[in-house]
Each structure stands twice: as structure tokens, then as C-alpha cells.
Design a protein around this ligand. Structure first.
Ligand code: FAD
Ligand code: UDP
Length: 368
């Protein structure tokens, strides 16, 4: 066999594995069905701007070893994600914090804000929240739920909030300080020059074949390497034998504009139900860019079908049960390892992916 490893998928999981294996003298082939490497982190250069082609990607972590790892390959800038919400023309700060409460209710102190939320919670909350709507009202009261959560969430997931699991909303912090930083992690930033800088280093001197779908030449690829690192959809790998897992998809509409500054912020969410897209990204602001033009992207959620990309796993109880069957089968395989958002069917952020792949590298090569 020509290779020790076939890596399916040139996203961060596959590319870091390939880099670390090659460093240890292994022969690696990376394939990806797209026409570029980078997975969902890929940035397309347009008019001097690194366009996050698959949606806004902000790197954040509290894990120092993950932060040190990525900083070996790129310099990270001081970008802090501070998105705004546009609700029917009014701009409100996210995540929900004193700036939001001040704009919504005219309150100036944490005590006053807490009082309003507590009152709304008393009037509309329930003691044992069973779905996203109940959980959200318990967390932030009715006003914020209706203006900033309900419309956005129903567009994003394509279901009423009463039919969505509560855990989705636990990702959103609520703060009684004037702090617009979306994340609470210690480290945050964007690689200077965009994410491609990382992939150029990880995949330098490694055989990479693009426009290559594993499933179109499965027998050939399986004959090329001793072992497979698979970062595509685990249910597809097993020909859906335990059933199809559900995913949520997105459609990105990119536009180059003659203006040098369209919205003054990298991310603005549209939280009403009527506007079809969920957010507009203005890419130059991720890198404090001074280009004369600007590129914006409108993000439209859509149902997943086999013709579109599976961006988000839907980790509700039913899907998790199906995934568990695939996972148990996968565990017994000696020649294939599943990794990444699609291979492990989990809502992983980039820092989780790096943690996971570095753990795999440790076990696979036993600290060689
Ligand atoms: P991917 O990056 O998806 O790469 C998988 C690769 O495998 C793809 O290139 C795909 O083409 C290829 N592939 C799949 N099947 C096959 C096949 N059959 N044959 C060949 N190739 C195949 N994370 C953050 O930390 N911060 C953020 O701000 C953030 N924002 C996000 C915004 C959006 C809209 C989305 C969708 C995700 C966001 N993420 C963010 C998550 C981040 O994208 C993932 O953590 C990361 O991309 C997962 O890496 P991966 O290597 O598992 O998969
Ligand atoms: N959310 C919301 N309003 C917003 C932004 C987010 O209600 O303005 C909710 C929504 O349910 C979403 C979840 O919070 O699915 C997580 O959003 P986040 O932007 O953190 O995740 P991403 O979609 O970028 O993975």
C-alpha cells in the first residue's frame, strides 16, 4: 500500500492529523470533495478581503495548550466577537447584557435589570422547563425571548421553540455587566491573513487530492492506505444502516459592494421572524481591514437534503440514539477512525476539534 493513512476531509481535524502523522514519518494522503482545503474554515480572498466562505469563524478557547498549538502556525489578532441584533430596525447588543437592557428598558443598573427579568420570569416562567421556549423565558424573561431569541431560533432550526431542546439556548450567556464580548473564553482572535494560513502550513508537503469524494471511489481509496481517518458523515459511511441522522443546512449569499463599510460590525443578527436570513457578516471587520470595497454574506438556514452541506448535527434524543449505534459499530473497527463534527456527530467548535485530534494523535502514535 502506498500510504499509511488516508484522511477523508481537509478540515481542521483531517489536516492536523495529517500534519502530525507526517511529522512522525507516516505517509499520508488527504482527499476532499471540495475544490479547496480548510473545511468550513476556508477563506476565499476577494478584493483584498479574506471572506469566511462558510460563515463567521471566530477562534476562542480557554485551553492554553490548544491556544499555544494554533499560535505556532499563525499570529492571532485581537478581534473580539461583539455581535449586534437588528430587531425590526432597532440595534441591540449581544450577548444579553447591561447595554441590551439599557436600550430595551432604559435601566441603568444591574439591580433594575434583574428586577424586570425577575418579574417577567414570575409572570411567564415555569418551574421545570421542558423545551427551548420555557428555558429561554426562565433565563431572560419574555421581552428578550420575543425580540432576540424566538424569531432567530425558529429560522435557524426550522421548528417552533416549543419543539426544540432547551440545551441549545444554554450556549447564550446572560450578563449584568456592560460587556459585549460574546464569548467568555480567555483566548480569542482571528488568524492574521485568514484561516488558510494554518492549512497552508499543515498541508505543506502532503499529498492532497481535491474534488475527490470518498464515496465515488471507495474501493480504490480503501486499497491505497492501511488506515482511514474519516471526517465525513458517519451515517453515510455505513450506508445509513441504522437510519439517517438529521442535519441542518445553510445557504450563503456573498456580495461584493462598492462601499468601504456596510454595517460597521463583523456580525449583525436579524432576530425577527420575517427577515429570511439570520445574519449578515461583513468580513473585513474580522481583520480590521482597510480595503476600499467590502464583502458581505447573508446566511439563510435551510433544510438538509443530500444535495446541500450538512453544517449542523441535530443532537436531539432520537438522533443521539441513532448515532450511538453507529458509534458502537465504529468502535470495533480496526482500520477506520471517525473524527470531527460529522464523523462524531457533535456540535464541536474549532477548539474542541483541536483538543480531540491532538488526543487522537497521542493515542495513535503513543507519544512517538
Ligand atoms: P469540516 O471543517 O466540516 O471539514 C470536513 C471536510 O470533509 C470538508 O471539507 C468536507 O468537504 C470533507 N468531506 C466530507 N465528506 C467527504 C467525502 N465523502 N469525501 C471527501 N471529503 C469529504 N467554530 C468555532 O470555533 N467558532 C466559530 O465562530 C464557528 N462558527 C461556525 C459557523 C458556522 C456557520 C458553522 C457551520 C460552523 C462554525 N464553527 C465555529 C464550527 C467549525 O466550523 C467546526 O468546528 C469545524 O469546521 C469542524 O472541523 P472538521 O474538520 O470536523 O469538519
Ligand atoms: N440565538 C438567538 N439569538 C441570537 C443568536 C443566537 O436566539 O441572536 C440562539 C439560537 O437558538 C442559536 C443559539 O442561540 O441556535 C446558538 O447561537 P450561536 O450564534 O452561539 O451559535 P452558532 O449558530 O454560531 O453555532
Amino acid at each position: 500500500m502506498k500510504y499509511d493513512y488516508l484522511v477523508v476531509g481537509a478540515g481542521p481535524f483531517g489536516s492536523i492529523f495529517a500534519y502530525e502523522a507526517t511529522k512522525r514519518g507516516k505517509r499520508v494522503l488527504v482527499i476532499d470533495k471540495r475544490e479547496h482545503v480548510g473545511g468550513n474554515l476556508y477563506c476565499k480572498p476577494i478584493a483584498g478581503i479574506n471572506v469566511h466562505w462558510y460563515g463567521a469563524h471566530i477562534f476562542h478557547t480557554s485551553n492554553k495548550s490548544v491556544w499555544d498549538y494554533v499560535n505556532q502556525f499563525a499570529t492571532f489578532n485581537h478581534f473580539t466577537n461583539a455581535p449586534l441584533a437588528n430587531y425590526k430596525g432597532t440595534l441591540l447588543n449581544l450577548p444579553f447584557n447591561m447595554n441590551t437592557f439599557n436600550r430595551l428598558w432604559g435601566v441603568n443598573t444591574p439591580e433594575q435589570a434583574k428586577q424586570i427579568i425577575a418579574e417577567q420570569r414570575k409572570n411567564y416562567g415555569v418551574s421545570n422547563p421542558k423545551n427551548l421556549e420555557e428555558q429561554a423565558i426562565n433565563l431572560v424573561g419574555l421581552d428578550i425571548y420575543e425580540k432576540l431569541i424566538k424569531g432567530y431560533t425558529e429560522k435557524q432550526w426550522g421548528r417552533p421553540c416549543t419543539e426544540l431542546p432547551a440545551f441549545i439556548i444554554k450556549r447564550l450567556p446572560v450578563r449584568y455587566t456592560f460587556d459585549n464580548n460574546y464569548f467568555t473564553d480567555i483566548y480569542q482572535g482571528i488568524p492574521v491573513g485568514g484561516y488558510n494560513v494554518l492549512f497552508d502550513k499543515w498541508l505543506k508537503d502532503i499529498d492532497v487530492t481535491l474534488n475527490a469524494d470518498y464515496f465515488e471511489n471507495r474501493t480504490m481509496y480503501e486499497g491505497m492506505a492501511e488506515k482511514i481517518i474519516f471526517t465525513g458523515m458517519i451515517d453515510q459511511y455505513y450506508d445509513y444502516e441504522f437510519g439517517e441522522l438529521e442535519y441542518r443546512s445553510l445557504r450563503f449569499e456573498h456580495e461584493l459592494l462598492e462601499s468601504d463599510n456596510y454595517q460597521g460590525n463583523a456580525v449583525i443578527n436579524y432576530t425577527d421572524r420575517e427577515t429570511e436570513f439570520t445574519r449578515i457578516i461583513e468580513h473585513k471587520h474580522f481583520e480590521f481591514g482597510q480595503a476600499p470595497k467590502t464583502v458581505i454574506t447573508r446566511e439563510y438556514p435551510q433544510d438538509y437534503t443530500k444535495d446541500v452541506e450538512p453544517y449542523y448535527p441535530i443532537n436531539d434524543a432520537l438522533n443521539n440514539e441513532i448515532y450511538e449505534k453507529y458509534r458502537q459499530k465504529a468502535e470495533k473497527e480496526a482500520h477506520v477512525i471517525f473524527g470531527g463534527r460529522l464523523g462524531q456527530y457533535r456540535y464541536f467548535d474549532m477548539h474542541h476539534i483541536i483538543e480531540n485530534v491532538l488526543k487522537l494523535v497521542d493515542t495513535e502514535f503513543d507519544n512517538q
